[in-house]
Design a binder for this molecule. Structure first.
Ligand code: UD1
Ligand code: PEP
Length: 426
């Protein structure tokens, strides 16, 4: 199993290019199931998750042409050969469950394993299933699989989500593009990745308005076409490197950053005393911290445009070095503080009480062996390791490889010292 050896203490200076967004790319890839014409996705991040989803799509009969090292992926779903998404290919990743609705829309039936993904809470799929049922799908859950059929086709529906779920909004939107008549999604999630998906679907001939607001309207069409679409830049990756620079100190410019999508994170970094120069036209974000100690501030995760849950762990790493006490509230997932005990191994002072973590900043962290427990938790340990004195070994980085493209290369180019080694955990 791979692990990272990080020699902490170096300031970060330089430029980091931001990759395409994992959470957007995955749903864009699923869109290829809705058409018999080719889809080309550019700015694709080559990650464990995107490569893994490509394999699931191949199982379903999609021809995938995506050579290693290339950021353009060609998907051709002209002839689907299966409507079964097996457990082994769905359990590792949340987004793969979103093939269910498109398969029903295209083929009239589907059997899809219940999903996995990061172990950060119960993560039910009731809202996905309610939306598909409202559109006329007949669903049964048997032996861990959702078995679905829509004998009379899918029909547009009025769906009022009880909470703004990103995955359920995207799943309903994908499915409704081919349903007969109008679908209205109320209390829809407003994450930027939803707009990116709507832009791609509209380029394929879908009729979607309101994506990015809490009310989305989808006028069903009979057929969708192929298209070429550039995956939006990864706001979580950009936010992560911004916090790495803030924690380690230095002067880092993120290139191709989705500045407008990062408003909440930028304000929190500024409140903490970090200099952030955001240029929306040039798509750059410059992060500077020289010498001054970080101020401790409170944060509560919220659906977009609030502070993203996917940046909470990274922010905790940062606050563990701040002057004073910070309260971090996680309101989206029930169990997303698994990084706290690992950060404590590096000397952080954190007390978890239910949905809150009370972080008393310490002047210095010290390197130690730690274990990655989920994707964003892993990268919070990298951030802490970069700022810590001595060597930190982050074990089980397969979690990290799900969502960060060329992480060591990007950080080492700015002066970090991170080495990947294989073998037993240390
Ligand atoms: C692959 C991907 O894009 N993953 C992102 C997506 O996950 P994902 O789409 O799984 O997250 P959701 O927005 O659906 O989850 C938000 C909340 O709704 C709850 N819920 C969700 C669906 C449902 O059917 N029933 C239900 O109760 C969840 O348990 C959670 O408490 O959005 C999350 C919240 O921004 C991010 O952390 C994930 O990185
Ligand atoms: C939690 C994440 O992914 P998933 O939803 O696939 O578990 C994530 O991207 O942080």
């Amino acid at each position: 199993m791979d692990r990272l050896h990080i020699k902490g203490g170096a300031h970060l200076n330089g430029r980091i290019p931001v990759s395409g967004a994992k959470n957007s790319a995955l749903k864009l890839m699923v869109a290829c199931l809705l058409t018999d014409q080719p889809i080309t996705l550019t700015n694709m991040p080559s990650l464990a998750d995107t490569r893994f989803l490509a394999q699931l799509l191949e199982t379903l009969g999609v021809e995938v042409y995506w050579p290693k090292g290339e950021s353009t992926c060609h998907l051709n779903g002209a002839e689907l050969k299966s409507t079964i998404a097996p457990y082994d290919q769905v359990r590792k990743m949340r987004a793969s469950f979103n093939v269910l609705g498109p398969l029903i829309a295209r083929s009239g039936h589907a059997t899809v394993s219940l999903p996995g993904g990061c172990a950060i809470g119960a993560r039910p799929v009731d809202l996905h299933l309610q939306a598909l049922e409202a559109m006329g799908a007949d669903l049964r859950v048997e032996q861990g699989y959702v078995k679905a059929a829509a004998i009379h086709g899918l029909k547009g529906a009025h769906i009022n989500f009880s909470m703004p779920s990103v995955g359920a909004t995207e799943h309903a939107m994908l499915t409704a593009t081919l349903a007969e008549g109008e679908t209205v999604l109320e209390n829809a999630a407003r994450e930027p990745e939803i707009e990116d998906l709507a832009d791609c679907l509209n380029a394929m001939g879908a009729k979607i308005t309101g994506a990015g607001t809490s009310k989305i309207r989808i006028q069903g069409v009979e057929k969708l076409n192929g298209t070429t679409h550039a995956v939006m830049p990864d706001r979580i990756e950009a936010g992560t490197y911004a916090m790495a620079a803030a924690a380690a100190g230095g002067d880092v410019t993120l290139e191709g950053a989705p500045v407008a999508a990062l408003g909440a994170m930028i304000s929190k970094l500024r409140e903490a005393g970090v200099t952030v120069e955001a240029d929306e036209e040039a798509n750059t974000l410059r992060i500077v911290r020289n010498g001054t100690r970080l101020k401790s501030i409170n944060v509560s995760t919220q659906p977009h445009p609030g502070f993203p849950t996917d940046l909470q762990a990274q922010f905790m790493a940062l606050m563990s070095l701040a002057d004073g006490t910070s309260i971090i509230r996680e309101t989206i997932f029930e169990n997303r503080f698994m990084h706290a005990p690992e950060l404590q191994r590096l000397g952080a002072d954190i007390l978890v009480r239910g949905q809150e973590a009370i972080v008393k900043g310490v002047p210095q962290l010290t390197g130690a062996p730690v274990m990655a427990t989920d994707l964003r938790a892993s990268v919070s340990l990298v951030i802490a390791g970069l700022a810590a004195e001595g060597e930190t070994v982050v074990n089980r980085i397969y979690h990290l490889d799900r969502g960060f493209e060329r992480l060591e290369e990007k950080l080492n180019a700015c002066g970090a010292s991170i080495e990947r080694r294989s073998g037993e955990d240390e």
